[in-house]
Design a protein around this ligand. Structure first.
Ligand code: FE2
Ligand code: FE2
Length: 168
C-alpha cells in the first residue's frame, strides 16, 4: 500500500502527517509483538517500536515551533492500522514480519520524501529518523530471507574507517 505522506505542500502539515504515521507504526508494532511467538523477534521489534516512539517525541516540539498541532495518535489517516487488523488473521511469525515489512516500506518512503523537502529546523531529525527506518526495513528483509543479521548499527555507531571486520 502506498503512502502520499511527504508530498504535502505545507511543511507543518507534512510533519503532522509524518508524526501520525509514526503513531500508526507504533500500533502496528504493538499488534505484531503481541502475536509473535519468536521471543528474539519480539525483542527486536520492541526496539523498533521505541525508535518510532522517539520520533513522535522529537517531531512534537518541531511541529509546535512551526505553529502546528502535534497529533496524539494515528488519527483518521491511519493506514498501517489496516495492517494491524489484517494481522489478526495472519498465521505465523513470517506472515507477521512480511506485514511489518510492507509497513516499513511506507515509513521509509514517507521519511525519504519528508527529508527531501525538510523544513530547515527538521532536517537533522528527519535524517536520523530515516536512518532508523532504513535499519528497521533492512532487519525485516534480512530476517525474512534467513540471512544472519550480524549487527544492527544503532544511530550512534561510529563509521570510522578501518572499523570493518577482517575477511574470514
Ligand atoms: Fe518514524
Ligand atoms: Fe520503522
Amino acid at each position: 500500500m502506498a503512502t502520499r505522506i511527504g508530498t504535502e505542500d505545507n511543511p507543518v502539515e507534512m510533519l503532522e502527517h509524518l508524526m501520525a504515521l509514526d503513531f500508526d507504526a507504533i500500533e502496528a508494532y504493538n499488534a505484531a509483538i503481541e502475536r509473535l511467538e519468536n521471543d528474539q523477534w519480539k525483542a527486536q521489534l520492541a526496539t523498533f517500536r521505541s525508535d518510532h516512539e522517539r520520533h513522535t517525541h522529537e517531531l512534537a516540539p518541531l511541529i509546535r515551533a512551526m505553529g502546528g498541532n502535534p497529533p496524539s495518535g494515528p488519527g483518521a489517516k491511519a493506514m498501517l492500522t489496516q495492517g494491524k487488523v489484517r494481522m489478526a488473521n495472519l498465521m505465523g511469525d513470517e506472515a507477521i514480519l512480511k506485514a511489518m515489512k510492507t509497513n516499513e516500506d511506507d515509513t521509509n518512503t514517507a521519511y525519504e520524501r519528508a527529508l527531501a523537502h525538510c523544513p530547515p529546523d527538521a532536517c537533522e531529525m528527519l535524517a536520523r529518523g530515516l536512518d532508523d527506518e532504513h535499519r528497521h526495513r533492512e532487519w525485516l528483509i534480512a530476517t525474512l530471507e534467513g540471512r544472519p543479521v550480524q549487527e544492527m548499527p544503532g544511530r550512534t555507531t561510529s563509521t570510522r574507517p578501518g572499523s570493518q571486520p577482517p575477511p574470514l
